[in-house]
Design a protein around this ligand. Structure first.
Ligand code: HEM
Length: 218
């Protein structure tokens, strides 16, 4: 998946005719727990973010640009990851902002959204401080998995911890969601009322394939 999610790039990468996402418009299909699907909760949150900031009309234009006209996402249904990537790409085109920015905004939004959509206790249980929370992210997602049985979460590891810094390793089956992680981290920093600086390594860890973020907070 190219770093940019613009649909035209996506088609250049795959070639439209053989593009696995566009062979049919039947992409919305509830698919049973593959590593390439996400629960509807994610797409609903994207919808809520867009509608809150830009209105219903903008959302309908984005849906239609992504080839998903009239779609109402269902929280507990699973949708191919490509649906989510296409929504991000279409939102970037429609709102004329880079996809990276959409992902970052969505990440920050997610930390507040989940808190008010019934997952607050899960967030609370992850930790009382920023570093504690980061160390417990996998445990928190394991708990999320009790509600979403076919859930395929990412994994996070904390390394080189000091009082005000650590290296966060992000490991995922999915490509290109580093900007989402950056947004999530800024959202968490806000939750803990911290000022956070994030420097992302250019390359991934050779051993684990993890993306590495150097974090410093005050
Ligand atoms: C209680 C709050 C949370 C809930 C309910 C939740 C739930 C989810 C769900 C449903 C997915 C889609 C995966 C799937 O359906 O298979 C997901 C993905 C993801 N979550 Fe969480 N999550 C929460 C908090 C967080 C936080 C605080 C972070 C901060 C780092 C985070 C990081 C991610 C990332 C990066 C992904 C993208 C998938 C990937 O990288 O492979 N989540 N989460």
């Amino acid at each position: 998946m190219p770093r940019s999610y613009l649909l035209k790039d996506h088609h250049e990468a795959f070639g439209r005719a053989s593009c696995p996402l566009h062979r049919s418009r039947a992409r919305l299909h509830r698919i049973a727990g593959t590593i390439e699907s996400m629960y509807g909760l994610i797409n609903i949150a994207i919808k809520d973010l867009v509608t809150e900031d830009f209105g219903e009309e903008a959302w309908h234009r984005i849906l239609s640009r992504a080839g998903l006209e009239g779609t109402e996402f269902i929280l507990m249904d699973q949708y191919e990851d490509s649906v989510t990537y296409d929504l991000v790409g279409a939102a970037a085109e429609e709102l004329d902002v880079p996809a990276s920015q959409i992902l970052q905004s969505f990440g920050a939004y997610w930390t507040k959204y989940t808190a008010v959509k019934g997952y607050g206790p899960l967030l609370d249980s992850a930790g009382k401080t920023f570093p504690e929370f980061l160390q417990n992210l996998d445990l928190m997602h394991t708990r999320v998995g009790t509600m979403f049985p076919d859930f395929v979460p990412p994994s996070f590891e904390c390394h080189n911890m000091t009082e005000h810094s650590l290296d966060l390793h992000y490991i995922s089956e999915r490509e290109g969601l580093e900007d989402l992680v950056i947004g999530l981290l800024h959202g968490l920093a806000e939750r803990f009322e911290l000022t956070l600086e994030i420097i992302q390594d250019e390359s991934k860890s050779e051993q684990t394939g993890a993306s590495i973020f150097h974090l410093k907070w005050t």
